[in-house]
Design a protein around this ligand. Structure first.
Ligand SMILES: [Zn+2]
Length: 267
């Protein structure tokens, strides 16, 4: 799940679902469920982003989806909240809270993204790609992907940004410079060591803000990518199947995670 600042609740639209079953994608099937109210252009962009993710993993790692996934595009906040209740069995209060603070959520192979207003808010496509990367992390690590917090979220952000820029989504290019500029303006930035555990990462989101915490993590991952290339990233996630996080990190990047965390500075 990604933290997101307050979003405006858009007027309700009737909830007619348009169920589209895509053909088998590399073994796993992607079911896309699209709210009737989603604009055609928004849907086209979101589908291009989904294809961008599957193509990236196929071309870069030779990895296809092996698990079926289900993605719901909602047309506004109200339907997003309703989908969280219907798909996840959340109470009204829980769904309200999640809907107000996120633009996308993922749980056990299902992903819900609010596509309302995407033309003025590219971050929703970003959330879509970010959450899809988590599916691949989970699949390749056999659900051990959360071992190092900043690797989990940082690689989802770094790959999402890279994929959207590759697909040519408006406003997606030049993300690294933008992120550095943003962090330079931040009052404080967490040390990477602090983001090692999931608990540390979550507490940093409260202390430093979600954006600062996630972008710090993403820039750390981008440093590793610039150093060892994109292939190394999934050597790490695949190694998590049978190795400790420390060993997996060493196998992928040839250095100890603790040493890298001590040395890393985002700029
Ligand atoms: Zn995430």
């Amino acid at each position: 799940m990604k933290a997101k600042s307050l979003l405006i609740i858009l007027p309700a639209c009737l909830l007619f679902l348009n169920l589209c079953l895509s053909p088998a994608a590399y073994g796993g099937r992607i079911d896309l469920v699209v709210d009737h109210g989603v604009e055609k252009d928004a849907e086209a962009q979101a589908r291009a982003a989904v294809n961008g993710v599957t193509d990236f993993f196929q071309n870069t790692y030779g990895i296809g989806l092996e698990r079926d996934i289900r993605i719901k595009f909602s047309c506004d906040k109200l339907n997003y909240r309703k989908a969280i209740q219907d798909w996840y069995g959340a109470s009204e209060g829980q769904a309200n809270f999640v809907a107000q603070n996120t633009a996308g959520v993922q749980q056990r192979g299902t992903l819900i993204v609010d596509l309302g207003d995407i033309n003025s808010d590219y971050s929703k496509l970003f959330v879509l790609c970010h959450e899809m990367v988590h599916f691949y992390q989970a699949q390749e690590s056999q659900d051990h992907h959360g071992s190092i917090g900043w690797m989990l979220e940082g690689s989802a952000d770094a790959l999402a940004a890279h994929i959207l820029a590759t697909v040519g989504v408006k406003g997606a290019s030049g993300y690294k410079d933008r992120w550095i500029k943003y962090l330079k303006k931040a009052q404080a930035i967490p040390n990477l060591e602090y983001l090692h555990t999931h608990k540390g990462l979550m507490s940093a989101c409260f202390t430093y803000g979600g954006f600062v915490t996630y972008r710090t993590s993403a820039l750390a991952v981008m440093t590793l990518i610039e150093w060892r290339g994109y292939p190394a990233l999934f050597v790490y996630f695949q190694a998590l199947k049978n190795s400790s996080p420390e060993d997996a990190f060493y196998q992928a990047f040839g250095t100890k995670a603790a040493d890298f965390e001590k040395q890393f500075r985002p700029f």
